[in-house]
Write a protein that binds this ligand. Structure first.
Ligand code: NZQ
Ligand code: ZN
Length: 391
């Protein structure tokens, strides 16, 4: 087990009336003028946005709004928000939405106090020394950004989707009301289930044995795999929605990463898919994972066999057979919840040779870095996995 530092400072307020606490929490964390940041139409349509505006008005907290964040959020929108925050003297950002809105908010919060181009952080050219306080009202359990230190932004020119990790931009608080997720389309719910499981799997596929952490991971994976299909059948079941929502935060607040360095190759490869085709992140992960797994399995068959036995109820005595059955069961699971298990299933056609080459080049930064830790993947490896996923 590797040494680690666990830092999860976000105050979680969970429950059917969680929104009531928003004004007081903003005040507690020093906010005096707020920017409410949101996505497309969902928060407006559900009445959530109006409710939050009313609560802030009643509490005498001045605010502005900025909507229009798209899934796989764009740098240009965050820059628009940075200008607005500076001009209006905003000192607190409230993200109302999912990973895309929260990440756009983090990018803005990092950009406001920075004199240079905020993209410097994502391009690895600078480390932030300050960040505006921010918080999230979560409407989709998936990305886990409400408790993570990361944000993923797409630079409009060149479709570069890169991430930046910084503890300074962890949300001060996260409002989680499972009722708000009842309106999610089945496809988005399934994307969320996939991403939540994948955040645990990325950390689980390590060469470290981690008794407690592994047990937590297995429990999360088993429960999300059990509740996921049920919630798709019963989208307005409070208990099921609440379990998935809490799992989403636990899967990505680093709890399941204590003692491991994690893999993250599937995530890095997926970011190229969502950058190029604009697909939902969770769906992109499902399209790739089985192909990554088959490619790297020989680096640690026992780990894959344990995953197969403990998460997917495979009973074979022989590790290789069990590991292969586990991968095959994950493929069936993805399809059973309406997720793709290959690139053609994801985008409705095969990727062209040029597209595969482009994604492999971008993912390996023109063959200058490797991806993943379970097996360190070179440019050639990444290209082979994309190619296998394209069959
Ligand atoms: O824009 P609106 O109209 O709100 O619609 C959204 C969007 O179309 C809709 N939606 C959200 N809540 C809803 C709802 N529709 C109906 N009812 C509701 N209650 O769902 C769609 C997807 O939203 P989005 O925020 O894009 O989803 P998600 O939370 O999956 O976020 C994906 C982004 O997060 C990044 C991904 O790469 C992607 O860009 N990630 C961020 C991470 C982080 N910061 O730690 C880690 C993740 O691995 C991930 O990479
Ligand atoms: Zn993810």
């Amino acid at each position: 087990m590797k040494d680690f530092s666990f830092y999860a400072p976000t105050q979680v307020v969970f429950g059917a009336k969680a929104e009531e606490k928003i004004p007081q929490l903003i005040k507690n964390y020093g906010g005096t003028k707020v920017l409410i940041h949101y996505g497309g139409k969902s928060a407006e349509k559900s009445g959530l946005l109006q409710e939050i505006k009313q609560r802030l008005t009643d509490a005498g907290i001045p605010f502005l709004t900025l909507g229009g964040v798209v899934p796989n959020p764009r740098l240009s929108k965050a820059k628009e928000g940075i200008d607005l925050c500076r001009k209006e003297g905003i000192d607190f950002i409230l993200a109302v939405g999912g990973g895309s809105v929260i990440d756009s908010s983090k990018c803005m919060a990092l950009g406001v106090p920075y004199e240079g181009d905020v993209w410097d952080f994502y391009a690895g050219k600078a480390q932030a020394s300050a960040c505006l306080p921010l918080a999230a009202v979560l409407t989709i359990p998936a990305a886990g950004s409400e408790m993570s230190g990361g944000s993923v932004i797409t630079k409009d020119e060149g479709e570069l989707k890169w991430s930046y990790d910084d503890n300074q931009c962890r949300c001060k608080f996260a409002i989680m009301n499972p009722v708000r997720t009842y309106t999610l389309p089945a496809y988005q719910t399934a994307c969320g289930i996939t991403d939540i499981m994948m955040h645990t799997m990325e950390r689980y596929f390590s060469h470290e044995e981690m008794g407690i952490t592994d047990a937590l991971s297995i429990a999360l994976l088993k429960k999300v795999k059990e509740y996921g299909p049920e919630v798709l059948k019963n989208p307005e079941d409070y208990y099921l929605r609440s379990q998935i929502m809490w799992a989403g935060s636990l899967a990505h607040n680093d709890l399941t990463g204590c003692g491991t360095i994690g893999d993250w190759a599937t995530h890095n490869m997926e970011h190229e898919l969502s950058a190029l085709y604009g697909v939902a992140h969770g769906a992109g992960l499902a399209a790739l994972w089985c192909h990554w797994a088959a490619y790297v399995m020989d680096e640690g068959v026992a780990r894959f066999a344990r995953f197969a036995r403990e998460v997917l109820d495979v009973v074979d005595e022989d590790d290789t057979t069990a590991a292969n059955k586990g991968i095959s069961r994950m493929r069936s699971f993805y399809r059973s919840i309406g997720m793709p298990a290959s690139i053609p299933e994801l985008i409705g056609r095969k990727a062209t040779k040029e597209e595969l080459l482009l994604m492999a080049e971008k993912c390996s930064r023109n063959d200058t870095i490797t991806n993943g830790n379970f097996k360190r993947l070179t440019y050639e490896d990444v290209l082979k996995i994309y190619t296998a996923a394209n069959e």
